[in-house]
Write a protein that binds this ligand. Structure first.
Ligand code: HEC
Ligand code: HEC
Length: 346
């Protein structure tokens, strides 16, 4: 009897192991299928977003770091890039829109500068096509009323012996290293280092355990719902212009106070009405409030708005929770040095 029960016990164990094996095989197959589908839409971050192989890159990045935090780049001497694109706050200011008196009459929300180097168009309407081309709002921007002419800022920089030295080592081939163009090049070089690797990247690189089962379910939901049709590539956006409100006018959904017609504003083409850049979604958990007007406070609500406006779908609250848990897994680490104001060290 005893022997029999031992045999029975062993048989039972083997059956369990077998069914566990079948179960884990099934999970493994599902896992690799999901990664396969994800690989159709997304890519992991490169180590650096620096495209050209530039030997002076380090010197440019260091100079760009100083310029990014330098308030002397604004006429009043009170605003730096970092005032709006706070690097200790995921590259924005968490305000609804940048202050109007700071030259932002469109009431547009500050987009993050983190991972922006991976985009191929800039601003909410994609009107700039390179990081170098896009001038800062009010800072370093001759179009803004507050800066009388380009030389105004450049003269300030030329007067500083630290900058003379830094521009010379960043642009050794130039006869006149301290220039407006070079200041923009250095800031862009710094911005190219502002990448935030996340668990999602580990997952895309083949570590199937880097996302938990809820996040994986969210990833599948994100793909199946159709979000990945627009939010794709390495930044999950940043590469195309789409109408905000394909099915429903965005103004009612996104609580817009200002009537912003998006790209039409600068192209003048009525076909561009309400067309905006598809923003990247890395760190979106931290970059509230949402949309070009900062009109929606929570990520849950913005997912709901998107599904309605762009896909004509009413998501259930569990679908929303699932997608949001995936979006949260896109949050990455900010390089500590970038958060440090270099002027504080002097
Ligand atoms: C007063 C706040 C403010 C300051 C200061 C400021 N910006 Fe911006 N920045 C914005 C706003 C608002 C936008 C979006 C404008 C739009 O879409 O029309 C923007 C857009 C950008 C973008 C495009 C991001 C994207 O994903 O499209 C980059 C890059 C950028 N700024 C970098 C800078 C740099 C570099 C400086 C300093 C030279 C700077 N900004 C200064 C508010 C500011
Ligand atoms: C047809 C293209 C398209 C589809 C499909 C789409 N989006 Fe968007 N998404 C956009 C555009 C364009 C914006 C910017 C709208 C604006 O603010 O003007 C945006 C903005 C967002 C934002 C706000 C980001 C920020 O920083 O303010 C989130 C979050 C978002 N989308 C998530 C989703 C989710 C989740 C889905 C699927 C349910 C989805 N999107 C489907 C085009 C799309």
């Amino acid at each position: 009897m005893k022997r029999l029960s031992i045999v029975f016990f062993i048989l039972l164990q083997t059956a369990c192991i077998r069914s566990n094996r079948t179960e884990s095989k099934r999970v493994a197959i599902e896992d690799s299928m999901l990664l396969g589908s994800a690989a159709v839409f997304f890519k992991s971050l490169p180590a650096h977003a620096i495209a050209d192989n530039d030997p002076e890159v380090d010197a440019k990045v260091m100079l760009g770091h100083f310029l990014f935090y330098d308030r002397r780049l604004s006429k009043s001497g009170t605003v730096s890039c970092n005032s709006c694109h706070r690097l200790d706050r995921f590259g924005m200011d968490n305000k609804r829109s940048a202050d109007e008196d700071e030259g932002n009459s469109y009431g547009r929300n500050v987009p993050t500068v983190f991972n922006a180097a991976l985009h191929n168009m800039f601003f909410w309407d994609g009107r700039a096509t390179s990081l170098e081309e896009q001038p800062g709002k009010m800072v370093l921007n001759p179009d803004e009323i507050s800066i009388p002419h380009l030389g105004f800022i450049v003269n300030r920089l030329r007067a500083d012996t630290m900058y003379q030295r830094m521009f010379r080592s960043a642009f050794p081939a130039d006869d006149i290293p301290v220039s407006y163009g070079n200041a923009k090049r250095a800031i862009a070089a710094f911005e190219r280092t502002l990448l935030t690797p996340s668990r999602f990247d580990m997952y895309m690189d083949g570590d199937l355990q880097a996302l938990d089962s809820e996040e994986k379910a969210g990833l599948l939901e994100f793909i199946n719902t159709g979000c990945a049709g627009c939010h794709n590539g390495v930044a999950l956006g940043g590469t195309s212009i789409q109408r905000f409100g394909i099915y429903t006018d965005y103004r009612t959904l996104a609580f817009s106070g200002v009537d912003d017609e998006g790209r039409m504003r600068f192209s003048g083409d009525s076909a561009d009405r309400d067309r905006f850049k598809v923003p990247g979604l890395r760190n979106v958990q931290h970059t509230n409030p949402y949309f070009h007007n900062g009109g929606v406070a929570s990520l849950d609500s913005s997912v709901k708005v998107m599904a309605k406006a762009e896909l004509n779908r009413a998501l259930t609250s569990s679908q929303i929770t699932s997608i949001v848990s995936f979006l949260n897994a896109l949050s990455g680490d900010i390089r500590e040095e970038a958060k440090v104001d270099p002027f504080r060290q002097y």
